[in-house]
Ligand binder design. Structure first.
Ligand code: NOJ
Length: 555
């Protein structure tokens, strides 16, 4: 097994808008992050991934960039950034930037030029097509509802936007575009950043004839239709040579629509492209086909089968990223655990155990380490996320696919805004996030769930995460051990082993509210607990697992 520092790291994701506001404008900022570096060090993480902090009109909260080499005004200045980077490094934390280069903002100077005329030097930086038989060039849909094509009056042509119409797709087939992106990346590396999380990087190369794809519930094909296009690997190899090899970087590709076979190319251990990918199959186990708007609960057997497929499929070939949450997903304790007062903490710890004992680099999303929950959004005007707002408009108001009540219940369960409510620092007003008016509602449960309480309580979810992170740093078995699933048919128990030479551990997680019996394999009967979310009950051949109980035994 090829040892690498990025395989041994634990990454923490910050959504800057919602982390910590230092100047009372209701929006989190870079100085807020700098202030909290000690907190992150105490948790034990050693890599920080920042969601975008660049200049942006904020149609999609910074995922629509108008200047890749400037800081968003609400977040601070380049001097604040430099101070934050230094503080991170002083705390032993590496910094990963979010690289959003499938698209720019429509306010980026390249697009402002591109739309001016057919012979503008920037025309070919984007994907322009004429109408086809008087209609849009194909049936692709935007990730945020409606078609992926916008008609532009100026030149009477359509441009492609797989996300909002304020996020036109760059034309990666144009070598000038690639060179601009590579130069910009090198500029950040020279500044001292340590790597990149690459936004929807699997979408950058489109089939030249842009073929139609199967349509979903709103009549359009998924934004994922162009995933893993004809030149994506070639372009990433070029990026590796021209940029990534210039420093000791960590790279993770957000790969919507990635298959196991494709992931082996993106994240192959020969190091020609990326270090690892985010795959999303386990985020779809509670979807209704391609429709995420449902309250369907996952069947644990599906979750196990997907995660096991990735654990075994990449074994010795490529490297997994492990995550339950990010800024696009609801809170995991509300989704896969149980956020009732009785089980919230115990099930949050269970989920953490299940994920952090797997093979791959774990990602912790801000607030997950406190067991933060989904928020009680009561009306549609409380949402800020364009995905949620557009879906409501399209599926309720325009197409009558769902009633308003149905859609509100789906949004409460799945909206991205569940992950974007402010970080809960303490029990003062607004959870200590801001002294001003927060840009999005604060989850009222901040009076109970907050970092201050948890730092004072040795039994808190925070301290449990801290222990899991510490264990991974101490034991190569947890980083490099081979994963094997036990009990694939159990609807309640997720159990697996990890093996490295003579060392072996077993992770046992009860995903249900019921007590369940489990036979413990003999080789672990003389073993030791590494961690447990209940008081240890003594190891014996038949154990009764308490609701949401989780523990790890080392042989
Ligand atoms: C994926 C990002 O994670 C998401 O937040 C964003 O809206 C889209 N890409 C578009 O950049």
């Amino acid at each position: 097994m090829d040892k690498k520092w990025w395989k041994e790291s634990i990454v923490y994701q910050i959504y800057p808008r919602s982390f910590k506001d230092s100047n009372g404008d209701g929006i989190g900022d870079l100085n807020g992050i700098t202030e909290k570096m000690g907190y992150l060090q105490e948790l034990g993480i050693n890599v920080l991934w920042l969601s975008p902090v660049y200049e942006s009109p904020n149609d999609d909260n910074g995922y629509d960039i108008s200047d890749y080499q400037a800081i968003m005004k609400e977040f601070g200045t380049m001097e604040d950034f430099d101070r934050m980077l230094k503080a991170a490094h002083d705390h032993g934390i590496k910094l990963v930037m979010d690289l959003v280069v499938n698209h720019t903002s429509d306010e980026h100077p390249w697009f402002v030029e591109s739309r001016k005329s057919m012979d503008n030097p920037y025309r070919d930086y984007y994907i322009w097509r004429p109408a086809k038989d008087g209609k849009k060039p194909n049936n692709w849909g935007s990730c945020f509802s409606g078609p992926a094509w916008e008609f532009d009056e100026e030149t009477q042509m359509y441009y492609l936007h797989l996300f909002s119409k304020k996020q036109p797709d760059l034309n990666w087939d144009n070598p000038k575009v690639r060179q601009e992106v590579f130069d910009m990346m090198n500029w950040w590396l020279e500044k001292g950043v340590d790597g990149f999380r690459m936004d929807v990087i699997s979408l950058i190369s489109k089939e030249p004839d842009l073929p139609d794809a199967p349509a979903g519930i709103n009549g359009y094909a998924s934004f994922n239709a162009p995933a893993n296009g004809p030149h994506v690997h070639e372009y990433l190899q070029e990026m590796r040579e021209k940029v990534l090899n210039n420093a000791d970087t960590i790279t993770v590709g957000e790969c919507s629509g990635v298959t196991l076979e494709e992931a082996k190319k993106y994240a192959r251990s020969d190091g020609k492209e990326l270090n690892m990918v985010f795959q999303f199959e386990h985020m779809d186990v509670d979807a209704d086909g391609s429709n995420k708007w449902t309250k369907k609960k996952m069947d644990l057997r599906d979750m196990k089968s997907v995660l096991t497929k990735w654990q075994k499929g990449l074994e010795d070939i490529a490297w997994n990223s492990l995550f339950w949450e990010n800024h696009d997903q609801p809170r995991s304790v509300s989704r896969f655990g149980n956020d009732s007062p009785e089980y919230r903490e115990i099930s949050a710890k269970m989920l953490a155990t299940c994920l952090h004992m797997m093979q791959g680099t774990p990602y912790v999303y801000q607030g997950e380490e406190l067991g933060m929950t989904n928020a009680p959004f009561a009306s549609v005007d409380q949402f800020r996320d364009l995905d949620s707002i557009n879906a409501y408009r399209e599926l309720v108001e325009e197409q009558n696919v769902f009633t308003a009540e149905e859609m509100m219940s789906f949004l409460r369960y799945k909206s991205r805004d569940n992950a974007r409510t402010p970080f809960q620092w303490d029990d003062s007003e607004n959870g200590g996030f801001t002294t001003g008016e927060p840009w999005i509602m604060v989850n009222p449960n901040y009076t109970e769930i907050n970092a201050k309480n948890q730092l004072e309580d040795p039994d808190s979810v925070f301290h449990y995460y801290q222990k899991l992170i510490q264990l991974r740093k101490e034991k190569e078995l947890i980083v490099y051990g081979i994963y094997d699933l036990l009990l694939p048919e159990s609807k309640e128990i997720y159990a697996y082993t990890r093996t490295l030479g003579d060392e072996k551990l077993i992770t046992i997680c009860n995903f249900s509210e019921q007590e369940v019996e489990m036979e413990i394999p003999e080789e672990f009967l003389e073993g030791n607990y590494l961690i447990s979310n209940y008081p240890e009950q003594g190891i014996c051949s038949k154990m009764t697992l308490r609701p949401y109980e989780a523990f790890v035994i080392e042989k």
